[in-house]
Design a protein around this ligand. Structure first.
Ligand code: C2O
Length: 546
């Protein structure tokens, strides 16, 4: 009796548990994006993984990458503005500096390259810092099963700002000149000579030269901010202006521009459609575009700039990122609609990183302390040519709504995830998508097309461009018009654990709809164009106010 009684009560307990279990799973499902929400903390540098990588093109090969960082004997210190008081300095455009400045800049890199590899200030270690935090050398503090990654999220801009700051301080100290500053590669300038590889970096045999670059893209080749863009130089210039306009001017929210949340526990190698963060338009659009355009497509890893592992082995990297950093300030302070605000979530503000200072001491910094460049002593000149993309006026190619014609031609409607299975995009995919039925609430700013749960394998370069009202768009379509929404460029990754990507993509479509005159339509026609050979699928399309 006693036995059967206890068995019975066990059964009862199990039955009672069921609602709790399902409640628990429901919680898990809906809480997924913020599980164990806490800011990213500095990792334990003693726990470093050798990254096992494989080539992305050419003959298959496996590489073991060691980007483990040296651990200085002195203990890490916390950053403070008083201790690291910096001389105010203006970073100049690379195509405008004098021969004297180029000589000094070259000398600075000669000195940095002459340091022994295991010196934290050496060019070698400086490049490894980038590899370490993009190639999963370290696990997140407090979450040893999830790798730490500083790309593809709101960490991208602050981390790279700090990276430049310490790199620049080391160069200053090597030169003994606290007024020395990095230059910026003004690739967004489409008129005055900024949109080619700067002359100072292409002088063969100097410390600023890197032979691992696309030899077809040396000067006078004009930068393609969307690496697959076609046409003559005039066509490229207009397409570049539109990419700048979309990635900076119309990307009005912090999430659209700089990417979404990344906290302790966020796992980029294992995301689902519900919790799939991806970096913002600046990172995935023009920033990645310039990386891919610069790297050598004939090398197995598209070195140096075309893959994160090696990108910072090219001195042009730091000039490229100075421009990215400058554009963050442009976005924040100089847009026609007035100042814009960074994320203000405490998990963003309190996120921490390690860098080495000019004495090779490890310094702990926070995102909060990076947000005001003037406190770091850094500023950029106003470039007249910024106005060309800030005021870019994309021409309208289409005439009225394209929805009825598309429906008559058999194009289906697609809603939010989950749909009936995943949808493979092929090289071009069109669908009719409903716009939100209620009017835009006062609290929201953007009308956002969410491409939900996009999946691909980053074995080779892939891009995804969005169009509205243009059902026949292909990879050859000129992207200077108002029907173009922007492009996400996916840099191939050598890290086998990180090749699979699931992410939600966001474009602000309000400005496009207004220019075309379809802002009051209940449905719009969306076309997604894929370049590259990797199959790409999505799980749904949604238009919402954010
Ligand atoms: Cu850390 Cu331009 O990437």
């Amino acid at each position: 009796m006693a036995t059967s009684g206890s068995r019975g009560s066990l059964l009862l307990q199990a039955a009672q548990l069921i609602p709790f279990v399902s409640f628990f799973f429901t919680l898990l499902l809906f809480a997924a994006p913020t599980v164990s929400a806490a800011p990213i903390r500095v990792p334990d540098l003693r726990e470093c993984e050798l990254a096992v990588d494989a080539s992305v093109t050419g003959p298959p090969m496996t590489l073991t990458l060691n980007c483990c960082l040296p651990i200085p004997p002195q203990s890490p210190i916390n950053f403070s503005f008083s201790q690291y008081n910096s001389e105010p300095r203006v970073r100049q455009a690379a195509h405008k500096v004098s021969e004297d400045y180029i000589a000094k800049y070259t000398r600075a890199y000669e000195l940095m390259k002459a340091l022994p590899d295991d010196d934290p200030r050496s060019f070698y270690t400086q490049a490894d810092i980038h590899c370490a935090f993009c190639n999963f050398a370290y696990m997140q503090a407090g979450n040893s099963s999830v790798a730490l990654q500083v790309h593809f999220s709101w960490l991208f801009l602050p981390w790279h700002r700090w990276y430049l700051y310490w790199h620049e301080r080391i160069l200053q100290s090597l030169l003994g000149d606290p007024t020395f500053s990095l230059v910026f590669w003004n690739w967004d300038d489409q008129r005055d000579g900024g949109n080619v590889m700067p002359d100072m970096f292409v002088r063969n045999g100097t410390a600023l030269y890197d032979e691992n670059r696309n030899q077809n893209n040396l000067p006078p080749a004009v930068v393609r901010l969307r690496p697959n863009s076609t046409g003559n130089d005039t066509a490229i210039v207009n397409q570049n202006l539109n990419d700048m306009y979309l990635d900076v001017v119309t990307a009005i929210t912090a999430e659209l521009f700089m990417g979404g949340a990344y906290r302790t526990g966020t796992d980029l190698t294992n995301s689902t459609v519900l919790d799939a963060p991806l970096g913002g338009l600046l990172e995935n659009g023009v920033h990645n575009g310039v990386h891919v355009w610069t790297g050598d497509p004939n090398l197995p890893l598209i070195q140096d700039m075309g893959t994160f592992t090696t990108a910072a082995r090219d001195p042009i990297f730091f000039a490229h990122h100075s421009n990215v950093d400058r554009l963050w300030d442009k976005w924040k302070y100089d847009m026609p609609d007035g100042p814009r605000t960074d994320h203000n979530d405490s998990d963003f503000l309190d996120a921490e990183f390690y860098f080495y200072d000019e004495t090779a001491t490890l310094v702990k910094v926070t995102v909060r302390d990076s947000l005001d460049n003037s406190k770091l002593g850094v500023s950029y000149p106003t470039m007249d040519t910024d106005e060309l993309w800030i005021n870019y006026n994309p021409p309208v190619m289409s005439n009225g709504s394209a929805v009825n014609a598309a429906r008559a031609a058999g194009i289906a409607t697609m809603g939010a995830a989950p749909q009936n299975g995943t949808i493979f995009l092929g090289s071009s995919f069109s669908a009719i998508v409903e716009t939100p039925s209620s009017p835009q609430p006062d609290t929201s700013k953007a009308t956002v097309l969410v491409i939900q749960g996009l999946e691909l394998t980053r074995n080779s370069f892939v891009s995804m461009s969005g169009f509205i009202n243009l059902p026949f768009a292909t990879a050859l379509t000129d992207t200077s018009s108002a029907e173009y929404l922007g492009t996400f460029n996916f840099i191939p990754t050598t890290n086998i654990n990180f090749r699979h990507l699931t992410a939600n993509f966001k474009f602000d479509i309000a400005d496009n709809m207004q220019r075309i005159g379809i802002e009051n339509e209940t449905e719009v026609l969306i076309t997604l164009v894929i370049t590259g050979v990797e199959p790409v699928s999505i799980q749904g399309l949604l238009i919402e106010y954010e």
